[in-house]
Design a protein around this ligand. Sequence first.
Ligand SMILES: [Zn+2]
Length: 357
Amino acid sequence: MSDSLPLSLSRPVRRHLPEMAELLIVAEHIAQASRPWFNIEVLTELRDGRETFPLIAFRFGPKDPSLPVIGLFAGVHGLERIGTRVVLAYLRTLVELDRWDQVTQEMLKSTRLVVMPLVNPVGMFHQLRANGNRVDLMRNAPVRAEGLAAWHLFGGQRISPLLPWYQGKEGAPMEEEARALCDFVRREIFPAETAISVDVHSGYGQVDRLWFPYARTRAPVPDLPEILALKHLLDRSFPNHVYQVEPQSRHYLAHGDLWDYLYDAYRAERPEGHYLPFTLEMGSWLWVKKNWIQAFSALGYFNPRMPHRVRRTLRRHLFLFDLMHRAIRSPSPWCDLEPLERERLRQQGLELWYGGN
Ligand SMILES: [Zn+2]
């Protein structure tokens, strides 16, 4: 593990960014477990005024980056604090299971788990969706959406950083956080032939959605058969699950989506492999509906407030990450599809999600 892990936080950071304090506690647990297959790394340090924020990543499992891998990401949007807590809750469970559970120990001998629990700490510190430069990291990749009207600011805009969904200046390099995430994914996920990632967000709609690419186009995603096969595994293994699985483009198109960018880059580099980047959008309107006073605060809109609802949210998604982890360990039912089966699933996926086209 890295010995440069900063374990002290300034008082303002501790006070306004409890997620970072919790992240360091989890890092401490992971370090104390002193397992050679656990690794903690500071990818970069972000500066903001007097404060410094480490971008921390974890790796579990063997060093060989070609082994099947699952990635977990959260805190890309600074207002969506609960996502970071959901991912940290999973890490706590995993580290405890690794102490005694032979199934988990076996899983971590043959698969890898890579995690960035808090991608945008400066934004979270300042209670912003965007980062410290007021750039929306999820609109910051060099990807243009097709046929997206300029007035549709929600899909990304270059008019002003004072408005939300700012993509950054035309032609400027990506923001430091976005670059660090992309470098991490290229290094840790691209070498693998079987890979899944889940980026945890909150604040959209009433139900929990599991989105897959694209955000830039309504055209179907090339891995449509694999995604549908994986959805079937989810539906059959957990028939009471809560997720609505669908392409992001069903809801809105957006410029600069990091996962579109990484998905296309992976396919260009490794056409024979399968990397499925999902976005988990936890529906927050239900939290708001049940506690309407939340609607008056920016944070309340994106995060559950009541303690029982926080606990419910923290445990609600553990089995999803576990299923994804099992799926990369046992890829044949969704990755090694016969051509005929692949075509059948593709047709089924087109009908289910793209109006049959
Ligand atoms: Zn978000």
